[in-house]
Ligand binder design. Structure first.
Ligand SMILES: [Mg+2]
Length: 376
């Protein structure tokens, strides 16, 4: 690091707030980096992993971002989603520090922006088919050109597959009738279907010209996803539970869109590589967005800099999110605007941390009438 001013990490501090895990990386200069981890069901485990990683990071130069990613992830080859989420949070904070150290937004350091603003999709919500149609119409009036619906009502897990398929088709048809065919519409299956039901449903949905068919089956079996993809004529979108470049490479032959989450799949460093891997196969990136207060601006920095970005969630831009950071992302008619500040573009508001205590994720069973566990 000859010729570069000295900078050292003093400590890394994790914060659990509402349902999010945020971190701050303190240095011996007047610079603090901000990050977020996104293993939302197991945040406390990631919290401990981040505390433990202090033993490696304290005293190190925060600007050796790739070096640190390699050093930690290849140390024992004991990787997994907990360590990957911890490393993702630290990676985002190190990019934040790097941006602040040279007074530039992170997207400038990633090769510059490929777009001036980031197109996002709105989520269609409702308890009845009529409410869904109305919600979709309102989102389009608000300027969104892409929508997504989960075509299940609350008790779908307990219904017969035949009824699930029937209801899902009614929902998608009602939305298409309301918005027509100028707007993109995707469906999110939340990993709830068996391959057979996923194929049955997709056949029924094919006439509605869907942009994507997200996570029809669980993430554990690439073979099952490949089987579905071979029998379905809707572009498949998957990957939000994957956390390394090798796992994404395995998906690429079967999908049109991948969903890396910057707070889980290795931070900005690793997700930029995953996006490039997809680019080589003409696969689009539809990043997964947990919607946390640092997650969102960190993702937007990356969205700006990758040519094959497609869409992600609009998120929920209201409290507590908007109180936890000082300059939350802003929206303008279906687009997120790029932050212009150095680094990621937000600072944690420490007084908001006490106001919103941590809300752990509970394991809630959904049971069929016979007492067996249903997919949620
Ligand atoms: Mg999803």
């Amino acid at each position: 690091m000859d010729g570069v001013e000295r900078l050292k990490i003093e400590r890394i501090e994790p914060f659990l707030v509402d349902r999010w895990l945020l971190i701050r990386v303190y240095t011996d200069a007047d610079l603090v980096g901000t990050g977020e981890a996104g293993l939302w069901a197991h945040q406390k485990m990631v919290y401990e992993a981040i505390r433990e990683l202090n033993r490696y990071f304290v005293g190190k130069d925060p600007r050796l971002i790739e070096h640190h990613w390699q050093a930690v992830s290849r140390n024992t080859h004991f990787m997994g989603s907990v360590l990957s989420a911890a490393l993702s949070a630290i990676d985002i904070a190190l990019w934040d520090l790097l941006g602040k150290s040279v007074n530039l937004p992170v997207y400038q350091l990633l090769g510059g922006k490929c777009r001036d603003k980031v197109r996002v999709f709105a989520t269609v919500r409702g308890e009845t088919v009529e409410q869904l149609a109305e919600s979709a119409e309102n989102q389009v009036k608000d300027g969104f050109t892409a929508l997504r619906v989960t075509p299940f009502f609350r008790d779908a897990a307990l219904q017969t597959p035949t009824k699930v398929v029937k209801t899902a088709v009614e929902m998608v048809q009602a939305i298409r009738d309301a918005i027509g065919y100028d707007v993109d519409l995707g469906v999110e299956l939340h990993r709830r279907l068996t391959p057979a039901v996923a194929i049955l449903l997709a056949k029924q949905l094919e006439p509605y010209r869907l942009l994507f068919y997200e996570d029809p089956v669980g993430p554990e079996s690439v073979e099952a996803l490949a089987y579905v993809a071979a029998h379905v004529n809707i572009p498949i979108c998957a990957g939000e539970r994957k956390y390394n470049i090798q796992q994404f490479q395995e998906l690429l032959p079967y999908v049109s869109y991948i969903r890396p989450d910057v707070t889980l799949a290795g931070g900005i460093t690793h997700c930029k590589k995953i996006a490039a891997l997809a680019e080589a196969s003409f696969v689009g990136v539809l990043p997964h967005l947990m919607g946390g207060p640092v997650n969102t601006p960190a993702q937007v920095q990356l969205d700006a800099a990758i040519p094959n970005y497609v869409l992600h969630e609009a998120g929920v831009l209201r409290p507590p999110y908007t109180e936890i950071v000082d300059e939350p992302i802003t929206m303008e008619r279906g687009y997120m605007l790029l932050p212009n500040r150095p680094g990621i573009g937000v600072e944690i508001q420490e007084d908001a941390l006490e106001k919103y205590p941590y809300r752990p994720s509970e394991i809630r069973e959904a049971l069929h009438e016979d007492g067996s566990i249903a997919e949620k």
